[in-house]
Structure formats: C-alpha cells, structure tokens
Design a protein around this ligand. Structure first.
Ligand SMILES: [Zn+2]
Length: 102
C-alpha cells in the first residue's frame, strides 16, 4: 500500500494514477508464471471501482480462492478473496456469511 499512499501507483485496469484518497486495493502476489494471462493483475494496485466492473473479476477471485484452498490444505492459514477484492481470513468470512443468512 506504500505506493498508493505515496501517490505513485497506477491502476492496472484503467492505467490512470491512484490518488492517496482513492478507494483502492492491492491484489496479492499469488501468480508465479508471467505467461499467465492474469499475472499482471497480481501484486497490482487498482481502483476499487475499476475492480468491481472488471470483466475478469470473477475469474480472478475464483483463481485466488482455488489456490488459497490448496495452500490451506498444505497447512497455510486459510484465506479467501471477497468479491470486492479484499483478502480475509476464511474462518471469519464464513462466520460473516452465516450471520447474514439468519
Ligand atoms: Zn482504475
């Protein structure tokens, strides 16, 4: 988030500068292969508004969550990405979802 706070980040989706007071997110660095068509969107800054209307958003989130389940199965701490692009501890997220169903 340092780049965003310093006003030096550019949105990976629209290409314009992200101002320090913009609602922005920094995606996790989770794709290793630079041949991957989603690679340039990992470890990238973007406006939240751009992320929410991104045509590959669902694919990107599903990709992260599939890998996150694999890391958790290997003993890592369980996390998941919400549809808004935030990475949260998955136990907390599941509790939140069951709370909204009641
Ligand atoms: Zn943008």
């Amino acid at each position: 988030m340092e780049r965003i706070r310093a006003g030096r980040a550019y949105c990976a989706l629209c290409g314009t500068a992200i101002r320090p007071d913009d609602d922005a997110l920094l995606t996790p660095d989770f794709l290793a292969a630079d041949t991957d068509h989603l690679w340039r969107f990992a470890d990238a800054a973007m406006h939240r508004a751009c992320f929410l209307v991104w045509d590959r958003r669902k694919e990107f989130v599903a990709r992260y969550n599939r890998l996150a389940r694999r890391w958790a199965a290997l003993g890592g701490s369980p996390t998941r990405m919400t549809s808004e692009g935030d990475v949260v501890a998955s136990a907390v997220a599941e509790r939140d979802e069951s709370a909204t169903r009641q």
